[in-house]
Ligand binder design. Structure first.
Ligand code: NAD
Length: 293
């Protein structure tokens, strides 16, 4: 199967390389030369444009930062819906607005393409290990076509429902994750202010009713856990600005539907303050150091 992979960033690069390792011919494109070089070093075939990548592809996968990048890639006079072969299956793995995702999918179907939204959870470690969770929106028959590839990049593949549903699940999940990371950080800081050792505090809470993913697997307090961003100066991982984008997707979605998400809104504001203080590129667990006046 010939695969075009567009967007070789923190997530896209290891995902595309897992397809290469599984024996697929993968033509990859990114706007950044450094990402193309890393793709080549891992055994992939870098190309000079999106149109070169998709020319004879059976499947086209995109992994871009946000809604506006995905709209720009697929739509317009030189977008994928014009230049790609409609026999190609389109898989967008980026986290974007459910509304935008549905709109692109509707236009894709009108031009004869099959398209699924397949955002992921599991972070860069999951992307490298090939253990991502995929949340898929679209027709079951199209997911079945995608499954052999998704299985090379992930270990849990869920069909959430119609087009855009994968994005809806992802937005709900990341709103909860953003809230959990803030709550976990707040509890740890309170314990530390009381003179507690954060490792002892974390070990006890991990076996108590406050246990959660941020505490147990991605502890935000430096020195508690090896191998996580908090113990590497908050480098790599999932950026503050990407979490801020996802919380904005959640609050915009809630406002469209008149749904109430007060904790989501408060969390969005807190990550915004943290980003504006110059921390946008750090991992989102750096919100442990959030300073409020
Ligand atoms: P990233 O910024 O590291 O990578 C995005 C890449 O897309 C960049 O290399 C950029 O140059 C490239 N790009 C932008 N426009 C392009 C275009 N038109 N053609 C080709 N390449 C283009 O971001 P990331 O961390 O890889 O995240 C990608 C998506 O996955 C985001 O939507 C993010 O929310 C989501 N996500 C990230 C994580 C994580 O832990 N980083 C986890 C789950 C989901």
């Amino acid at each position: 199967m010939k695969v075009a992979f567009l967007g070789l960033g923190n997530m896209g690069l290891p995902m595309a390389l897992n397809l290469v390792k599984a024996g697929h011919q993968v033509q990859g494109f990114d706007l950044l030369q450094a990402q193309l070089d890393a793709f080549k070093a891992g055994g992939g075939l870098p190309v000079l444009s999106a149109s070169d990548a998709v020319a004879d592809a059976d499947v086209i996968i995109s992994m871009l930062p946000a809604s506006r990048h995905v709209e720009a890639l697929y739509l317009g006079n030189s977008g994928l819906l014009v230049i790609a072969n409609p026999k190609a299956l389109l898989i967008d793995c980026s986290t974007i607005s459910p509304k935008v995702s549905q709109a692109i999918s509707t236009q894709a179907k009108a031009k004869g393409f099959a398209m699924i939204d397949a955002p992921v959870s599991g972070g860069t470690a999951g992307a490298q290990a090939g253990t991502l969770t995929f949340m898929v929106g679209g027709d079951a028959v199209d997911l079945d076509r995608a499954r052999p590839l998704l299985e090379k990049m992930g270990k849990n593949i869920f069909h959430a429902g119609a087009s855009g549903s994968g994005q809806t699940v992802k937005v709900c999940n990341n709103m909860l994750l953003g809230i959990q990371m803030l709550g976990t950080s707040e509890a740890l800081r309170l314990g530390i202010a009381n003179g507690m050792d954060p490792k002892v505090l974390s070990d006890i809470m991990s076996k108590s009713s406050g246990r959660n993913w941020a505490l147990e697997l991605y502890n935000p307090c430096p020195g508690v856990m090896d191998g996580v961003p908090s113990s590497k100066g908050y480098a790599g991982g999932f950026g503050v600005d990407l979490m801020l984008k996802d919380l904005s997707l959640a609050t915009e979605n809630a406002s469209d539907l008149d749904a109430s998400v007060p904790l989501g809104e408060l969390s969005r504001k807190l990550y915004e303050v943290h980003s504006q203080a110059g921390n946008g590129q750090l991992d989102f667990s750096s919100v442990f150091n959030l300073k409020l006046d």
